[in-house]
Design a binder for this molecule. Sequence first.
Ligand code: TXE
Length: 481
Amino acid sequence: MNALNFIGGVFVEAHDGETLTNINPATGEEIGRIARSNKADVEAAVQASRLAQNEWSALTLLERADWLDRLADGLEQRKEELAQRESKDTGKPLALARRVDAQRSIDNFRFFANFAREQEPEVFEMADATNVVHRKPIGTVGLITPWNLPLYLLSWKVAPALLMGNTIVAKPSEMTPLTANLLCEVASDIGLPSGVLNVVHGYGPEVGQAILEHPSIRAISFTGGTATGRHVAATAAPKFKKLSLELGGKNATIILDDANLDAAVEGAVRAGFTNGGQVCLCGSRILVHQSIADQFTTKLVESVNSMMCGAPEDASTHIGALISMEHLQKVESYIELGLEEGGTVLTGGTRAMTGQVGPTQDGAYLRPTIIDGLDPSARTSTEEIFGPVVTLHRFDSDEQAIQIANATEYGLAGSIWSTDTERAHALAQKIETGIVWVNTWLHRDLRTPFGGVKNSGVGREGGAWSLGFFSEPLNVCIKHD
Ligand code: TXE
């Protein structure tokens, strides 16, 4: 299955005819070829978007909301195919791709369509004048997205960007192009006006960089690593482009002394190992109160040992393959580092497999891993690993838990487990982060702000925050006569 570019409503090869190989990380086998685009392809995509811009922005908000519903309907009709492609491209369990990636991609379009219908005019009355705020499109916007939740994260940006009257030049990760193209196939099938949505594939420094630099692309919404995010900002900021950066995380799962132990173990495992730990919101550091640490640790190790790690299509698989063999090696290097820094591996750290459908030896499989005994300031405890690896830390007081939680360069998310929600709510406000869940994890109301502080990014997306980012407000003040 190849991935061509989608420009001006048609699927085309890259301008130079170059291609990349797309690998299924669960088997090591080639899936197909990907267009390897560059500046010329971005130029073509921008031209196509500019030709479509006036007609698209002339539609009303509600007319564009209807288009989002049509995209959702089209994805819904192909939901199983969407999940199959996502699982093949990423190595994630098919069950997870159905439940999370496919469903949330559809939900993203439906949510913003309905959210648009709830919007009220923004009018501010003065004694002698009326202010009316108009939300105007930015124009052509650049969307650059990562490999961990490919269509889930791309649709999270495409939906509000289209809703607010913008046209799009999007670049998915070169590791996971397939579901972006399924969205383009749906767009083509429903007759989305040509040039409204354009997708160019290829390497970040080649085609991603061209998007960052193009003078007609006036806003960049980026999700990916902090290192790349720093480069994105350095390139786009001097050109005064609007920037939304959703970057890495090293989030704390904090288990207070009064937590419900079974719920906390289940929550810590979900937060730590969903998608093989390849989610920026994952709880990769587990902080547990000294008084319950032994009991909690025993249950946690038991629960992680029972996780099935194997072929994505196997219904009993909890953890599939990581995104690539080199990412697996990067994660393994952190386990090595953890041992060098004085940690003890309580379970995992090997490529030993479980699961009925035995994966091939070429799959990027790694058993879920718990490292205990590390200093909270160790590199393994503070750097983003982005794999099925958690570090375990004990604390004596709520204050110490907060101090440890805040002791990283990141500030994206976290969770607190306690039977006293008032106590947890008060503690949550002391964590330097963008989102804190209490007695749950990854429970999402799409109206709420999503994003982080410190090296986890700049800005928020979600609900009104997305409408705000993907528009330019114009205030008209009319003096009463
Ligand atoms: O992200 P990258 P990747 C973290 C995690 C992971 C690391 C790298 O630590 O190990 O980031 O993952 C494009 N100009 N997260 O490789 O490299 C690139 O092609 C323009 C957290 O996915 O940042 C891809 O489309 N674009 C994150 C996108 O940027 C460039 C989820 C992301 O790639 C570019 C994923 C350049 N110079 C990884 N270089 C989260 N917050 O969810 C790369 N790109």
